[in-house]
Design a binder for this molecule. Structure first.
Ligand code: ZN
Ligand code: ZN
Length: 329
C-alpha cells in the first residue's frame, strides 16, 4: 500500500520483491500494526517523508532472505522491525547511548519503506527477535506502541500514581506494565467516550475520566499519548510537586500558554523521541514477564485506508493490525 502524496488515500500497487543490500534481511510480513504516527505521515503532519512510501513501522515477519554478511538471523526466523531503522553510529548522540536522537537516523515507514506490504527489507542490527508467547498480530503493537510506551514510562520516573492521557494502543500496553510495577493508573479519555473509559477500567485503571477533568488525587507523573497540546497544561494541573509530564507522541497541536505556577515547584515537562535498540531489548524481555497482552483489531492489507480512518476517528480499541495473508494468521 503506497502513499504517493500526503493527504491522499494509500494506493494498492504491485512492486517487485525487494532485494537485500549487505547487512539487510528480506522479511515476509506476517503482521504490521497501525500507529498514530502513520496517520501523522499520511496526513502530512511530518515533514519530508520518502515518497512514494510504504508506511508501517510495527512489523512482524519471517526472514526470507539474508543479505551479505548477515549473521544475527537465519532464514525462517521470526523478527520484528521497529521505527528506528538505521543510525550513523558516528555522531555524538550515537556515541553517547542516545541513538534515538542520531542526526542522520532513518525511520521505518517514514524515510524508509515499511510494512504495509507483503515483503520488506530491514537492517539486521535494528531488528528484534519476537517472544514466543505472542502470535504475529498480537506481537505487532509491541514494536512501537509497546517500545515508545515503555520509553515514556521510564521517563515518567518511579512515582506510584500515574496519569495516562489518550487511551489507545500505547496506553493499553503501558497500563499493564505499570500495574505490574505496582503503580496506580488514572486514565484520561476523550470527554464523553464511555467505551474508552470502560476499556481503561477493564485494564486495571483505578480511575477513568474525561481529559477535561482533574483526578481525585494529585499524580506523580502523567504521560500524554493523545496529540493535543491543550492537554499539557491540563496534565501539569493534575500533578503533585516534583511531578513529570511526558509527551509520548511525535506530533502535537500547539501548546497553549499557561501560568508559570503550573510548572513551579519542580514539575517538569519532557518529550520522548524514537527509541534505542536497548529500549527494544529491555521491553521485549519485560513484555512476556508481565505478561503484556495486546488487544488487536485485524484488517486485510488492502483495508489499510479503512484502518487509518477508524484510528483517526478514535474507533479502534487497542491496536489495528494489517495482516497480508489472512490464511496464515
Ligand atoms: Zn548518529
Ligand atoms: Zn509508532
Amino acid at each position: 500500500m503506497l502513499l504517493d502524496k500526503a493527504d491522499e488515500p494509500l494506493r494498492m500497487a504491485d512492486r517487485a520483491r525487494p532485494a537485500p543490500s549487505p547487512g539487510q534481511i528480506v522479511i515476509r510480513v506476517r503482521a504490521c500494526a497501525v500507529c498514530r504516527t502513520d496517520l501523522h505521515v499520511v496526513d502530512g503532519e511530518l515533514a519530508r517523508p520518502k515518497l512514494p512510501l510504504i508506511p508501517g513501522h510495527e512489523i512482524v515477519g519471517t526472514v526470507e532472505e539474508l543479505g551479505e554478511g548477515v549473521t544475527r538471523f537465519r532464514t525462517g526466523e521470526r523478527v520484528g522491525v521497529p521505527w528506528l531503522g538505521w543510525t550513523c553510529g558516528k555522531c555524538a548522540y550515537c556515541h553517547d547511548g542516545q541513538e534515538n536522537l542520531c542526526d542522520l537516523a532513518k525511520f521505518t515507514g517514514y524515510t524508509l519503506d515499511g510494512g504495509y506490504a507483503e515483503y520488506t527489507v530491514a537492517d539486521q542490527r535494528f531488528c528484534f527477535p519476537i517472544p514466543e508467547l505472542y502470535g504475529d498480530a498480537e506481537a505487532a503493537p509491541l514494536l512501537c506502541a509497546g517500545l515508545i510506551g515503555y520509553r515514556s514510562l521510564v521517563k515518567a520516573g518511579h512515582g506510584k500514581l500515574l496519569g495516562i492521557y489518550g487511551f489507545g494502543a500505547a496506553a493499553h500496553i503501558v497500563a499493564q506494565v505499570a500495574k505490574y510495577q505496582r503503580r496506580e493508573i488514572f486514565a484520561f479519555t476523550r470527554p464523553g467516550d464511555d467505551e474508552a473509559k470502560q476499556f481503561a477500567l477493564n485494564l486495571g485503571a483505578t480511575w477513568a475520566g474525561g481529559s477535561d477533568e482533574l483526578p481525585p488525587v494529585k499524580l506523580d507523573a502523567a504521560i500524554i499519548f493523545a496529540p493535543l497540546g491543550d492537554l499539557v497544561p491540563q496534565a501539569l494541573r493534575a500533578l503533585n510537586k516534583g511531578g513529570t509530564v511526558v509527551c509520548g507522541g511525535i506530533h502535537m497541536s500547539d501548546i497553549p500558554s499557561f501560568p508559570y505556577s503550573l510548572l513551579w515547584e519542580e514539575r517538569s515537562l519532557c518529550s520522548v523521541a524514537n527509541l534505542t535498540r536497548r529500549d527494544g531489548e529491555e521491553f521485549m524481555t519485560l513484555a512476556p514477564q508481565v505478561p503484556v497482552r495486546t488487544e488487536v483489531e485485524i484488517f486485510r492489507l488492502e483495508e489499510a485506508n479503512e484502518a487509518l480512518n477508524r484510528l483517526r476517528a478514535g474507533k479502534i480499541q487497542g491496536a489495528a493490525v494489517l495482516v497480508p495473508d489472512m490464511d496464515s494468521a
